[in-house]
Design a protein around this ligand. Structure first.
Ligand code: HSE
Length: 293
């Protein structure tokens, strides 16, 4: 028996839309048990998630290697689902690793990132889920290849305010414009480029400022997340900049220095609107990514 562990991810990081993400300390674990006549997936995700070969983990694995034998899988997860923390990406990555292990495919990280980006359509969740840490990535559809760079991060804390409602990526993408003026695109990508440089140079003060300057998506999506401005304002009242919508939302993420984390965590818990409508998590960066034990 072996188990596959995949971390949650927070994608976009404000202006890094569809191209930046960070792996965080919440996990999907898939125990791979005995062989079985048919695929059997035990999981805690409710009746809407299949328990047979149509489960996303198995479907992904079979699409990469149709010859692997059916097994009994047992899933555990600490990742809230459909909340902008990459839960479906963790299933895709776990499926790729399942095929890799059972089919003895000896896939490289680069091959895993490529497969996963093709499944997901964009690499910002799957690349950090595989590689760990902060990853900047671009999937080139014509070449069918994902280019990426991992950036070393110091110990940072992340406070995730997770609303008690789901927001699908499909719905959250449906409110985005189909076009952007050239001048606006130049401005938006300048901010994103500088954010990458700020992280690479470990200038977390500048990174915090830029995280809040996104021009690609947050202004369109924030009306869908009633708690978004509240969290940002609460952080500002404590002198903290670095609050953004995690992935397609509705989770609201704040990056902070380790010494600031406990006070902000407590302030979120003490806020009546946030503590009533949301779960609040204190997280760290997962530097390792996908693990097999
Ligand atoms: N970059 C994606 C989005 C992440 O914001 O829609 C969610 O899959």
């Amino acid at each position: 028996m072996f188990s596959i562990q995949v971390p949650a991810t927070s994608a976009n990081l404000g202006p890094g839309f569809d191209s930046m993400g960070v792996a965080l300390s919440l996990y999907l674990t898939v125990e791979v048990r005995e062989t079985s006549d048919t695929w059997l997936v035990e999981h805690p995700f409710g009746k809407d998630i299949p328990s047979n070969h149509t489960n996303l983990i198995v479907e992904t694995a079979l699409s990469i290697n149709p010859n692997i034998e059916p097994h009994h899988l047992v899933c555990h997860s600490t990742i809230p689902m459909t909340r902008g923390l990459g839960s479906s990406s963790t299933a895709i990555v776990a499926g790729i690793e399942l095929a890799n292990q059972l089919g003895q495919m000896n896939l490289s990280d680069r091959q895993k990132v490529n497969f996963a980006s093709q499944f997901e359509g964009h690499p910002d969740n799957v690349a950090p889920a595989i590689l760990g840490g902060l990853v900047v990535a671009y999937y080139a559809p014509k070449k069918q290849e994902t280019f990426y760079q991992k950036i070393d991060l110091d110990s940072l804390s992340f406070i995730a305010v997770v609303p008690n409602y789901q927001l699908s990526t499909k719905e959250s993408r449906s409110v985005l414009p189909s076009q952007m003026a050239f001048k606006d695109a130049v401005e938006a990508s300048s901010i994103a480029n500088l954010l990458v440089a700020a992280f690479a140079n470990k200038d977390y003060t500048l990174a915090g400022n830029l995280l809040e300057m996104d021009l690609f998506h947050e202004s369109y999506r924030s009306p869908l997340v009633a708690e978004f401005q509240r969290v940002r304002q609460l952080a500002h009242s404590m002198g903290i900049e670095g609050t953004f919508l995690s992935g397609a939302g509705p989770t609201i993420m704040t990056i902070l220095q380790v010494h600031q984390a406990q006070a902000f965590y407590k302030a979120c818990q003490d806020d009546q609107m946030l503590s009533t409508n949301c779960q609040i998590y204190k997280l760290q960066v997962d530097h390792e990514g996908l693990m097999v034990r």
